[in-house]
Design a protein around this ligand. Structure first.
Ligand code: HEM
Ligand code: HEM
Length: 176
């Protein structure tokens, strides 16, 4: 029997992945909608709500990771690849924390704040355009870095399926 990730890890990985890819697409789409339109407000509020939802799931994922034991990587994997995977996963975790955080902080520095599906959440700031722009700029740069890392991560997963055929991909699937 091959080692696998635990069911909570698998469910959280794929739920979070789907939400993040959706949020990237939504983010790039919504910033192009003309200002002061109900459509823009709708998509911005949806982005913020889903962003807060994924942040909560990411927090659960991080807490769970401390309790869960990761299955060991196959001994056949070269050392450089083991290190690359570890660094890549840590960088993904860093983005999973910093991208929603900068989104929330930037939204706290404008008059709209953050609503979670209609419920107003605490604002961490005050109306301040330079600070809003600063954190929105960080959110923008980090979102691009995140997208690039995800692309590399997906290519690495595909390499394991198509070239190595070492069942690394299957480790992240539920046992059926
Ligand atoms: C993993 C979660 C998230 C991802 C992947 C993500 C991704 C993105 C992307 C790709 C953009 C477009 C950037 C641009 O072209 O300017 C964007 C914009 C934005 N995001 Fe997020 N976001 C996330 C979470 C959040 C959260 C939690 C909030 C706030 C509660 C938020 C608030 C915003 C706002 C207000 C903008 C527009 C910034 C502007 O007007 O310049 N995001 N996001
Ligand atoms: C879109 C956002 C994604 C994020 C943030 C992400 C993040 C991660 C992280 C941090 C890990 C390490 C294990 C863990 O701590 O849970 C991991 C493992 C994995 N991911 Fe993703 N992932 C994403 C999307 C994807 C996609 C689209 C695929 C498939 C094409 C994929 C395939 C895998 C596989 C196969 C593993 C297991 C590797 C192993 O067992 O060592 N991920 N992912």
């Amino acid at each position: 029997m091959h080692a696998r990730h635990s069911l909570p890890t698998v469910v959280l990985h794929w739920t979070i992945a789907a939400l993040i890819i959706g949020l990237l697409v939504l983010g790039y789409y919504m910033v192009g909608i003309p200002r002061n339109t109900p459509e823009r407000a709708f998509y911005f509020n949806l982005h913020k709500s889903l962003g807060v939802l994924v942040a909560v799931l990411i927090l659960a994922r991080i807490v769970w990771r401390f309790y869960d034991t990761e299955p060991p990587l196959p001994g056949s994997m070269p050392k450089w690849e083991v290190h690359a995977a570890q660094w890549g996963h840590h960088a993904l975790y860093l983005c999973m924390v910093l991208v929603p955080l900068t989104g929330y902080i930037s939204s706290s520095f404008n008059k709209y704040g953050v609503k979670f599906f209609g419920i107003a959440l605490p604002s961490w700031g005050w109306e301040d355009k330079p600070l809003r722009d600063l954190f929105a700029g960080m959110h923008y740069i980090l979102a691009w870095a995140f997208a690039a890392l995800i692309l590399i991560h997906v290519l690495a997963a595909l390499k394991h399926v198509l070239l190595n055929r070492d069942r690394i991909f299957q480790r992240m699937l539920p046992r059926l």
